[in-house]
Design a protein around this ligand. Sequence first.
Ligand SMILES: Nc1ncnc2c1ncn2[C@@H]1O[C@H](COP(=O)(O)OP(=O)(O)OP(=O)(O)O)[C@@H](O)[C@H]1O
Ligand SMILES: [Mg+2]
Length: 412
Amino acid sequence: MEEDGIIVVGLDIGSTKVATIVAEVFSSSINIMGIGTSETSGIREGIVIDLQETVNSIRRSVDEAQNTSGIKISSVFVSISGNHIRDIESKGLVTIARPDKEITEEDVRRVLDNAKMIVLPSDTEILHILPREYIIDGQSGIKYPIGMNGIRLEAEVQVIVGSTPFIQNIRRAVQGADLEIEQLIAAPLASTESVLDPDEKELGVVLIDIGGGTTEIAAFFDGSLRRLSILNFGGKHVTYDIAKGLQTPINQAEIIKKEKGLAMSNLAKEDIFIDLQLLGGRGEKPIPQHILCGIIEDRLQEILVMAHDDLLKLNLYNKITLSIILTGGTSNMKGIDILAEKIFTTTVKTGAPRLKDIKGLTNPLSDPSFATVLGLIYWGKKHYLSGSRDRRYANRKGDWFKRFVHFFKRFL
Ligand SMILES: Nc1ncnc2c1ncn2[C@@H]1O[C@H](COP(=O)(O)OP(=O)(O)OP(=O)(O)O)[C@@H](O)[C@H]1O
Ligand SMILES: [Mg+2]
C-alpha cells in the first residue's frame, strides 16, 4: 500500500523574492506539488521595511503555489534572515539521579534547557538550540547519549538568537497573510538542509548563501554547526554599484549584470562591448565588458573578504581545511568560484539544491536561489518524521474531503 504523505509548505521571505514550495513528504522521498515566487520590495537585508508590501508579496507567492498544487495552504515553515541573527556558544549540565543511571530523552531535554539559561541582551530571543556534542562523566565526543549510562551529562551547544522586534515583524507579515507559522528557521540553516550532504558536514564545510540583500554563512565540522552569521550585503549591492558606476537605470544594471557579468575583470574579453542605456533617458553608450566586470569584481571581492574575516572568528578555521560551497542567486555569477578560491585559498564549489529523491516539479529548483525554500521542506520533513506530530495534519491533502466521505458513508 502506498505510504500516506504529509503536506509541508516552505515560505522563504528573501530580500528580493518570496518563494513558496508545497510538497508532499514521505519517509524516503519528496514530491514537489507547487511553487510560487513573487518579487518583493518590502524586505531590505532580511528585515521588514514595509509590512503591507511584505504581506502582499507573501500572498502573491502563496497564491501561485496554491494554484499550481491545488492545496489550500494554512501553515508554513518560514525562513528568517538579517544580521541580527547570530550564534552563541553555550554549555548545559545535569546530573542523573536515578538508580539505573540510564540517560533518557527527558535528561537530554533537561541538559539542553540548562544550556539555554544564558544571559541574553534584552529584546533577544532564541530561535534554535543545536547540540554540538554531549559529554558523559568527562567522556567527550558523544552524539547520541540516550540509552548510555552516566551520572553527569553535559551538552555543548550552539544557540541561534535573533532580535525580537525584527522576528516579530516577520511573524506579523506571515500572519497578516492569514498563515500560521509552524516554525521560524534561520535562513542559512535551511539552505544547508538542501545543499549539503551529511558527509560534507562531517568532514568540514562552509556554506555561503549570497542572496540579494544578505550573505548567509553556516560552517559545519564533525557533523555539527560551528558558526552561523549573516552579513548585510548581497547581489543588490552589486547591481546598485553598476547603476551608479555606469550611470544606468537600476533595472538595466540588473539585466546586464546577469547577462554579461563575470566575477573577475580578467575573465572578460577585450573586444566585447555592451550597449548601455544611460540614466534619465540620455541615450546609449557602448562600454567595454571588462569595465562592467571590474565593478562586479570589486563588490564581490569585498563581500567574500567579509565572509572570510567572519570565519576567522571561528578558532577552528585556521586549523582544519573546510571546503567552501557557494549558493544563493548571486552564486550564479560566472567565475565567482575562481574569485572565491583566491580569497579563501581552499576549494570552492557552487552548489544548487540536491534533487536526489525529489520528484514532481523539480525543474526550477536547480537554481541556487531556491536553496533556502527547498531547505525549509527538508526541515519540515525532519520535524514531522522525528515525531513532533502536534500539527501533523495542518495542510493535509484532501483531509477535509476524507472527512466528508466518511460522514456520508455512515448513511450508505
Ligand atoms: N545569473 C545571475 N548572475 C548574477 N546574479 C544573479 C543571477 N541570477 C540571480 N542573481 C542575483 O541573485 C540575487 C537574488 O538571490 P536570491 O534569490 O538568493 O536572494 P533572496 O533570497 O531574495 O535575498 P536574501 O537571501 O539576501 O534575503 C539578486 O541580487 C540577483 O541579481
Ligand atoms: Mg535568500
